[in-house]
Design a protein around this ligand. Structure first.
Ligand code: 5GP
Length: 190
């Protein structure tokens, strides 16, 4: 998606060869017009696939996932991050290893909002090592829902997430793919 790539070129900050900061338009401040176009783009790609719900990983996935859910007119469910490991009969729960914070956290979803009849599209901001997306898949599959795919705004293609997801049979749709990064340097896939 050219609009997103241009924005990353203008305002994205490559901190080092691994971390890209997009705080001014995705992660801290959100640019609504861009986010709306992102939602339409993802919705157009996955339209007519029988999607019944969009799933977002709290919290940076919520904005693009909401825009996608508006464009497809289906509900958005939020996979919630919780520090507690107390077992709860009403929730599906799984553990995730965080890329940015280098800690573990629990991802949870109430059993009320998902069923085996659901066909779910997962939306997130970044795909890096694929840990968050793999945990989202695990969680959704506990309910026997089926997965339409994973849409991410930015895939860092030099990290293993893409291959990890594809090898599990998941379609990955990335709006911008970065093949190489260094301090103040970002190279996009053509
Ligand atoms: P993964 O589980 O694929 O390694 O990482 C996914 C999560 O880590 C994303 O949801 C995102 O919040 C965060 N993340 C991974 N790489 C980056 C990055 O380069 N910049 C930012 N801002 N977040 C990232």
């Amino acid at each position: 998606m050219e609009l997103l790539k241009e924005k990353i070129k203008q305002e994205g900050i490559a901190v080092n060869e691994h971390i890209l900061k997009v705080d001014s338009f995705i992660n801290h401040q959100i640019e609504p017009g861009l986010m709306q176009e992102i939602g339409k783009n993802i919705a157009d790609h996955f339209r007519d696939r029988g999607i019944t719900k969009i799933a977002a990983i709290e919290s940076s996935g919520i904005a693009p996932a909401l825009m996608t859910s508006v464009a497809l007119d289906v509900p958005l469910i939020i996979l919630k991050k919780q520090p507690s490991k107390i077992l709860n009969q009403d929730l599906y729960q799984t553990v995730v290893t965080s890329f940015t914070k280098e800690t573990n956290y629990e991802l949870t979803l109430s059993k009320k909002y998902i069923s085996a009849e659901d066909h779910v599209l997962i939306v997130d901001d970044f795909l890096a090592n694929g840990e968050a997306a793999t945990a989202a898949l695990r969680l959704l599959r506990m309910s026997h829902a089926t997965i339409a795919g994973l849409a991410v705004l930015i895939e860092k293609s030099f990290q293993p997430g893409h291959d990890k997801l594809v090898s599990q049979g998941v379609e990955v749709y990335a709006l911008a793919q970065i093949t190489e990064m260094a301090e103040n340097f970002i190279l996009f896939k053509e």
